[in-house]
Design a protein. Sequence first.
Length: 255
Amino acid sequence: MKKNSTTFSRRKLLQYGAAAALGSVMPWDGIGKSSFAAPARTAFQALRFAVLSDLHVDIHGKNDIKMGAVSVECLQRTVADINQEDNLAFVLVPGDLLLDGELENARLVRDVLNQLSIPYYVVAGNHDYRPANQQHLRKGFHYLSIEEFIQFFKGHGYIDMQRYYARSLAPGLRLIGLDACLPGIDKWGGILPEEQLHWLDRELTDHAEALHLIFMHHNVVRWSEEEAAGGPKEFFCIDNDIAVRKLLAKHARTA
């Protein structure tokens, strides 16, 4: 099969919008397959949702590459704006809520997110637990382990102490949260463990009648040459992206 040579930047992809993405077929360079699912076998009512990603909230932050000094205000105003939106069903928060796993920042984030008038679902990012690099530790902060982060946001996707989960959003629509983070390793990238791959395969097989919305912090598609293997930003994507895409292609009618 001839590969489609079309390349999408992140900005270009966002221009399509979430609704368009779910309802259309777009190229998938990695394996020559469609990147979005076919219509669900079980019909469900149309719904709208919001995404809050890479908040990097820091109560003592500075404005640099990350806008730490205004991060709290940005989150507060965004939550207020979301609450003004009509007909939103839920909010996805796919990781990097914190600057570097600080308990104090986590308390603030949870307090603000709890002001949402609709449910929100969290997965961890590589900045949501104690950093392996000791140089990132700051005085005046206490740091969460990955287990403590999960406990902190239990009920917002997390059911128990497992780092990944599945839950029903509506009849015919399910949400799956995955975690490719590498706690204790001084590396920004990620790997989706075999345990999660096998679990994901079972979930999609056992619930083949439903459409699945799958989210995680790391990319599974390398959107630019910089993110290609060996590139300066290869860590944006998980190391085993090809294996994950092949699994999703296997379940193209449901995931």
